[in-house]
Design a protein around this ligand. Structure first.
Ligand SMILES: Cc1cc2nc3c(=O)[nH]c(=O)nc-3n(C[C@H](O)[C@H](O)[C@H](O)COP(=O)(O)O)c2cc1C
Length: 199
């Protein structure tokens, strides 16, 4: 698959705005074009967690020349059609509301429509679901997604690497998500398990 095809990044209203920030920064560093969709809830969470408006972040990323942002209400956007070529899609972070809609095939915003299209076209879909604790309905919905080939990468810390900052954990989850999408060949050396010898 060509590295030049854009990646769709969907940002929903779960906690973990920093994860979206890190994933987008990494994709820009890898020189991947990005088709970006943030739900209205994602913008609220972004302001709360990052301390500045979503639009400011988009303006910063747009300096790369790699970002096309879409209105989440625009079901007529290019990426709403399977005929528009994209590599795959990453939803980071993914709320339980969006997980439920994905599981049901419900598509009343652009993010959900593109996720639906991604699946029908057999493209890669990686979801970073965030909620705690998880209820049975959350787990059932995630199982349905997993059984359909959606890759679930929950933001779980790599405790075995003894991270000392949130940024290290965010880096690890972002790298894991990109490996899941098949865009980043491997984790950074310091994120890989080096193995232990049994005594
Ligand atoms: C600060 C904040 C944090 C939230 N964190 C989560 C979360 O971690 N997981 C979740 O499923 N919903 C969370 N929500 C609730 C969602 O934003 C809400 O269910 C919303 O309708 C999701 O819509 P979306 O999936 O279209 O973005 C949070 C809301 C706020 C305001």
């Amino acid at each position: 698959m060509s590295k030049r095809l854009p990646v769709v990044v969907g940002v929903s209203g779960a906690s973990g705005a920093a994860l979206a920030d890190r994933v987008i920064e990494r994709l820009i560093a890898l020189e991947h074009p990005i088709e970006l969709i943030a739900t209205s809830s994602a913008r609220i969470v972004w302001r709360q967690e990052q301390g500045y408006p979503w639009a400011e972040a988009v303006a910063r990323w747009q300096a790369s020349g790699l970002i096309t942002e879409h209105n989440p209400n625009n079901q007529a956007a290019t990426i709403a059609s399977g005929s528009y070529p994209v590599y795959g899609m990453l939803i980071v972070p993914c709320s339980m509301g969006t997980v439920a809609a994905l599981a049901a095939g419900f598509a009343n915003n652009l993010l959900l429509r593109v996720a639906d299209v991604t699946q029908k076209e057999g493209r890669r879909l990686v979801v970073v679901p965030r909620e705690t604790p998880l209820s049975s309905v959350h787990l059932e919905n995630m199982l349905r997604l997993s059984q359909r080939g959606v890759r679930l990468v929950p933001p779980m810390p790599n405790f075995y690497a003894r991270p000392t900052t949130v940024a290290e954990v965010v880096d690890f989850v972002a790298a894991r998500a990109l490996v899941g999408l098949g865009l980043s060949p491997e984790l950074d050396r310091n994120q890989q398990w080096a193995g232990l010898e049994l005594e």
